[in-house]
Design a protein around this ligand. Sequence first.
Ligand code: B1M
Length: 217
Amino acid sequence: MPHCGVPSPIVYAVLHGSASQVMSLVRSAIDSGVSPEALLEDHLIAGMDLVSERFGDGTIYIPDVLMASRAVHAGIHALRPLLTGSAQTHEGRVVIGTVAGDLHDIGKSLVAMMLKAVGFEVLDVGIDISPEEFAMAVERYSPDILGLSSLLTTTMPFIRETLDYLSAAGLRSRVKIIVGGRPVTREFAKRVGADAYAHDARAAARTARRLMSRQGS
Ligand code: B1M
């Protein structure tokens, strides 16, 4: 059995960091009718969970995690037209990025993709974004919503710093802020004065819509 102990060939390819294999397996799964949501959750995210488990128990190392990340991005790339192609509405504009000192971008990219899927215009400003850079993006693009992602307990304080910087620059009231990422909690979001917290990409899309409908009322 070639994928012994691993739930699917896609998970296996993620674990082994093969971007080309992930891409072609995802494409053939799409052709055979597997839903994009299932591919994302049961294969790509499941693959990343397994990578995380093996990283945690020391059986794989950072270069392996990087290769796996690239492979997941290849899968996301193959899914993107299916997940973002259907939206006909313009719900609003979102600027999203990962906070200063933090290089994790898979979750943030998924959140960006889900927001596009439900009709938002999304400007993904990338990773390791300082409070000053977020403020510049708010000034430049005038988004309705700013999304801040943090995957490390050590970078969570930059969420607060970004909010504080926006307040000091007189920009805070111009934009609603959603925060999320693995160590971020609803309590933390409340404490730092964010408008909302979302625990995953779907919740982020729902939350963004809710914030927009409040804005209009
Ligand atoms: Co890093 N890493 N990493 N890593 N890494 C974690 C986060 C960690 C939990 C692993 C572990 O120890 N078990 C740990 C953090 C521990 C902590 O803070 N307490 C950790 C560490 C320690 C580190 C380094 C410090 C390791 C080192 O150098 N010793 C280092 C830091 C580098 C840095 O950022 N400065 C590091 C580096 C890396 C890589 C570069 C190798 C790579 C990132 C590659 C990349 O992103 N391109 C990496 C990866 C891949 C991980 C794990 C294994 C997987 C993260 C991931 O992509 N998950 C991760 C372990 C884990 O999370 N289980 C880990 C899949 C993704 C779909 O989930 O990102 O959680 P996630 O996103 C979800 C939600 O969180 C939420 O929705 C997403 C989709 O549903 N969400 C939002 C995210 N952003 C949101 C924003 C929102 C709303 C929801 O609104 C705006």
